[in-house]
Design a protein around this ligand. Structure first.
Ligand code: AMP
Length: 282
């Protein structure tokens, strides 16, 4: 596996792969790999000839009071994990090579970014779509793979790729969970032992919501039950709990096969966790 650190170098490599008729699979990440990231890399390896994983903690998608400076980081550890999954190139650029002096452009997706994480993290999705537009141009992928863990992000990316005619197939991958049910996340590393029970209330309340959906309870009743189950833990403060149509992310009152529950919860005001699930299995 090669580690590349400049946009010019990765673009040359990607152009060379394409000249040789090789397909490229892209897995964008912010590093501190866990099984969720690795499963995306394995899927890319299955689907394409060459896998490029990017590791960039993108300052543009972090708010001023968020965890940019503390985001977990260990390039050596991540290199080993990515290499073991068959990744061909790890692209880990410096901030200065991604955002040079005078950088003044942004990609904005209207509508889908107004609610949920977009409402509580203003500017976040502009950071995501802008950096992805850059990464797509730098790595020239045929396929790019994203986790359904960031459900709204995936919807926003699909919209951007369609609207701006990026010739890239976007694939989603199911959420990978710990045996306890906790959705894997690099941010789980911030959790202390005594915060674990509170963190587990996200996946536990989603399981309960799915049972209630099967029993034909209304969206409003399900949200009340989930809120109760989570706020029982004094460590938890709710950012949002919503049931939306999984395609257009609009709030839905009646549960159907497209209904998706999405949660964002802060643990002790330090750690913001998200989770989601379709409510009725197909
Ligand atoms: P991140 O490094 O958190 O920006 O995540 C990089 C990619 O991995 C994104 O497409 C995420 O949705 C995906 N991802 C993160 N956690 C998980 C998980 N538990 N299961 C599946 N995909 C995940």
């Amino acid at each position: 596996m090669k580690v590349i650190s400049t946009p010019a170098a990765i673009q040359r490599i990607a152009q060379e792969f394409r000249k040789q008729g090789l397909t490229i699979g892209l897995v964008p990440t912010m590093g501190w790999f866990h099984e969720g990231h690795l499963s995306l890399m394995r899927k890319a390896k299955e689907k394409t000839d060459r896998v490029i994983t990017t590791l960039f903690v993108n300052p543009m998608q972090f708010g001023p009071s968020e965890d940019l400076d503390n985001y977990p980081h260990d390039l050596e550890r991540d290199c080993k994990l990515a290499e073991d999954c068959g990744v061909d190139i790890l692209f880990a650029p410096e901030k200065s090579s991604m955002y040079s002096d005078g950088f003044a452009s942004a990609v904005h997706v209207e509508g889908l970014t107004d609610t949920l994480c977009g409402a509580s993290r203003p500017g976040h999705f502009d950071g995501v779509t802008t950096v992805l537009a850059k990464l797509f141009n730098q790595t020239l992928p045929h396929i790019a793979i994203f986790g359904e863990k960031d459900f709204q992000q995936l919807a926003v990316i699909r919209r951007m790729v369609k609207d701006l005619d990026f010739p890239i197939e976007i694939l989603g991958h199911p959420i990978v969970r710990e045996a306890s049910g906790l959705a894997m996340s690099s941010r789980n590393t911030y959790l202390k032992d005594n915060e674990m029970e509170a963190a587990l209330s996200l996946s536990a309340s989603i399981s309960q919501a799915k049972e209630f959906a099967k029993e034909k309870k209304s969206a409003a009743d399900i949200i009340v039950a989930v809120t109760k189950k989570i706020t029982k833990h004094k460590e938890c403060s709710i950012d949002y709990i919503e049931i939306v149509n999984g395609i257009n992310l609009k709030s839905c009152a009646k549960i159907d096969s497209k209904s998706q529950i999405l949660l964002a919860v802060k643990i002790n005001n330090r750690i913001r966790l998200i989770d989601n699930s379709q409510l009725l299995e197909n």
